[in-house]
Design a protein around this ligand. Structure first.
Ligand code: SAM
Ligand code: SF4
Length: 329
């Protein structure tokens, strides 16, 4: 098992399939993009499936989420998903995507056994989208969401990051729209993970503020959180339910004490936390001929070193050297 020194057990593996992206969301990367990892440094599909198999078969991983960068840019995605859902015991397999290309791929992904999808959407307005993501692709995202629902990848979840003065006035309309479409919306507090180091606490729209904005138009009641477990979203019943909205207060309401996540970057580094400043290099070991047992041992040791929390509020907090797009959000 992947147990840390505080007794937490990591069962939820987030795998970044690529650091590349076709959007440039301001809270994530600069408009000119980043220096992408050279292809030889990326894990091959074979290597990804080998490591995921070790995680599932030997180390107790029960959930696998593919992310990035933009995972739909990875040509072997459907094959990787199919090989993951064929593992025994079968893990829950999900995808976090910006939705561009999902209209074309949703059916095949569902056919490969994908269980769920989270699509990021920060605005209902095509012009705001263009300003925020530096690409004119709003319609593709909307079409991707519809295709995911039509393919039965339910419940389709929508991730939204609010930014002060940019899209915070859309909190209510976004929730109304998601309710109408049958999507489950989750707001995520903006975290200090952008490549430009532009995050500031004052600019962050906090979970309290988000709930305040929503309360203007909706009646929110805390959902029975018995099944919350390690889920980062605090969920609220909207207007008596059954529809819900989630708020992920990563910064102001940290959930590190219940964290069950571990990450694998696109270049084969295990990270025991989104905010970790250390990584454990499985790729080099694997390419040097390490056995599955040896790789599992390294992985166990990396998780054992996990710190108690991310410490964003601590004066000694250091933003990780790699941005979210390279770590896998
Ligand atoms: N490209 C895919 C997407 O956008 O869904 C997957 C990768 S992206 C890094 C994963 C999630 O992280 C998205 O929902 C995105 O909105 C969120 N994200 C990116 N940068 C963030 C930040 N600085 N703070 C909070 N969430 C962030
Ligand atoms: Fe790309 Fe996702 Fe980052 Fe936006 S949040 S730039 S879609 S990786």
């Amino acid at each position: 098992m992947l147990r840390d020194s505080f007794g937490r057990v990591a069962t939820d593996l987030r795998v970044s399939l690529t650091d590349k992206c076709n959007l440039r969301c301001t809270y994530c990367m600069p408009p000119e993009g980043l220096d992408w990892l050279p292809n030889p440094q990326l894990l091959t599909a074979e290597e990804i499936v080998r490591l995921v198999t070790i995680g599932v078969e030997r180390l107790g991983v029960t959930e696998v989420r593919y992310t990035g960068g933009e995972p739909l840019l990875r040509r072997e995605l459907v094959d990787i998903v199919a090989r993951t859902t064929a593992l025994e015991p079968k893990p829950q397999v999900s995808l976090t995507t910006n939705g561009i290309g999902l209209a074309r791929l949703a059916e095949s992904l569902a056919g490969a056994g994908l269980d769920r999808v989270n699509v990021s959407l920060d605005t209902l307005d095509a012009d705001t989208f263009k300003r925020l993501a530096h690409r004119d692709r709003h319609a593709d995202v909307i079409a991707g969401l519809a295709a995911a629902a039509a393919a039965g990848l339910a419940p389709v979840k929508v991730n939204t990051v609010l930014m002060r003065g940019v899209n915070d006035q859309e909190a209510g309309p976004l929730l109304r729209w998601c309710l109408d479409q049958g999507y489950e919306l989750r707001f995520i507090e903006q975290m200090p993970l952008d490549a430009q180091h532009g995050w500031s606490r004052e600019d962050m729209v906090t979970a309290d503020e988000i709930l305040g904005l929503l309360s203007d138009s909706f009646d929110l009641a805390p959902d029975d959180q018995e099944d919350r477990g390690s889920a980062p979203a605090e969920r609220f019943l909207v207007d008596g339910g059954p529809a819900r909205v989630g708020v992920i207060g990563s910064v102001t309401r940290p959930f590190c004490g219940a964290c069950d996540r571990v990450r694998l970057t696109a270049d084969g580094q295990v990270r025991n936390c989104l905010f970790a400043t250390e990584e454990s290099d499985l790729k080099t070991a694997m390419r040097a001929g390490a056995s599955d047992d040896e790789l599992a041992e390294r992985w166990v040791a990396a998780v054992a070193r996990k710190r108690a929390g991310h410490g964003i509020d601590d004066p000694s907090f250091l933003q990780p050297a790699r941005p979210m797009s390279a770590i896998g959000g």
